[in-house]
Design a protein around this ligand. Structure first.
Ligand SMILES: Cc1cc2nc3c(=O)[nH]c(=O)nc-3n(C[C@H](O)[C@H](O)[C@H](O)COP(=O)(O)OP(=O)(O)OC[C@H]3O[C@@H](n4cnc5c(N)ncnc54)[C@H](O)[C@@H]3O)c2cc1C
Length: 340
């Protein structure tokens, strides 16, 4: 009896399912929002592949942090990424640039016009979102101007939850953007969507190089520090004296499992700089609540903001007043999510 347990990467199932007698989907689920989101993806897959079962998170590896737990998944991990040519892959495995810009320059050279082998999503939630964002409303053409939005659902693609659990093949999305460019025109905005996807790849490869340093309090800097760190509940965090924006973000995270990129950046800056909390505690809060939780992007971004990651400028400080003046002068985000 050959069985396979997968923790994410749902999109590769059609490729491999026939090789196994039993297939278990066993994602890490900590919050209600994560459970609802992943159960919906699973239910859809079950209609396509009746033999899949959902099981409790079951990692043979002691660390919660390892995303690829089985050798099958390790093999699949290779397919997860954008730059796919062997030359680049071989090179990246040994020689990952430290900075995003040098990684981008290197990776962009290898991006094809189209990926030949991609997995077409059948999940209606994905198909509808792609069609809404791209063809119906052509929001991809103004993404560069809107991407820092805080409220609503049109400012960015909102595809990360599907990418993170693997229900959407990143190469399929890449082709989608390229086809859109052919039909509606290429501009800074369409380029910037690919640019952001490269950030995702960058953290993936960077992690392959630095491994568990992603979970050290000192990150890539100085001595390793794997000491324990506090875990905070939403209740604990609401009791702290904090800006209204921070409490609003706690509510949005708890209720929806999602935050915009700009909110994540400001939230992490308040966490580290104003509340002086350990960055790994913040990363853990996100890990347990985001429906798009991705080990590499989450810890990579937190490290970056805490000044122990790949940003040579050190700690990033986002001045709340300035941020609000630029991105939300009417404070509509706080009005929407704050209870006080
Ligand atoms: C502290 C912090 C923690 C984060 N944790 C996660 C996480 O666990 N999972 C996750 O997928 N993203 C994470 N991000 C990155 C980013 O916030 C989300 O990918 C983005 O908000 C998802 O919304 P979207 O799909 O509409 O993105 P879009 O703006 O439409 O971008 C398209 C895609 O590009 C990728 N992308 C965009 N920005 C980034 C970025 N900064 N880093 C890596 N990839 C990016 C995502 O796959 C995204 O779906 C984090 C950012 C911060 C600052």
């Amino acid at each position: 009896m050959k069985s396979l347990t997968i923790h994410n990467n749902l999109c590769y199932l059609p490729k491999i399912i026939d090789d196994y007698d039993r297939v278990y989907f066993s994602p890490k689920i900590s919050s209600k929002a994560q459970k609802d989101f992943l159960t919906a993806r699973f239910l859809h897959l079950k209609t396509l592949f009746p033999k899949i079962e959902m099981s409790d998170y079951d990692s043979p590896v002691p660390s919660d942090f390892l995303a690829w737990n089985s050798s099958e998944e390790k093999k699949l991990a290779k397919d997860r990424i954008l730059p796919h040519q062997n030359r680049l892959l071989n090179d990246l495995q040994f020689n990952v640039p430290e900075g995003f810009s040098s990684f981008r320059k290197k990776a962009e050279k290898f991006l094809p016009d189209f990926y030949e082998e991609t997995i077409t999503p059948t999940d209606p939630a994905i198909i509808n979102r792609l069609s809404y964002f791209f063809e119906q409303h052509q929001l991809a053409s103004s993404y560069f101007e809107t991407r820092n939005g805080l409220v609503g659902s049109n400012y960015s693609t909102q595809l990360s939850p599907f990418l993170s659990c693997g229900a959407l093949d990143v190469r399929y999305l890449y082709n989608y953007v390229k086809k859109y460019e052919q039909e509606f025109g290429e501009n800074k905005s369409t380029y910037w969507i690919i640019f952001e996807l490269l950030w995702r790849e960058f953290f993936y490869w960077h992690y392959q190089k630095h491994g568990n340093l992603y979970f050290s309090e000192n990150g890539l800097r100085a001595e390793k520090n794997f000491s324990s760190f506090p875990k905070y509940t939403f209740k604990d965090l609401h009791q702290l004296e904090s800006p209204r924006f921070f409490r609003a973000a706690l509510n949005e995270l708890e209720q929806t499992g999602i935050l915009s990129n700009r909110v994540r950046q400001i939230f992490a800056s308040i966490w580290v700089n104003d509340l002086n909390l350990a960055w790994r505690s913040g990363a853990l809060l996100f890990e347990e609540n985001l429906i798009d939780y991705d080990v590499y992007s989450n810890y990579g971004n937190w490290m970056y903001l805490a000044g122990v990651g790949v940003d040579p400028r050190g700690k990033r400080y986002f001045n709340l007043e300035k941020q609000m003046a630029m991105y939300d002068p009417n404070r509509s985000y706080e009005k929407k999510w704050s209870k006080d």
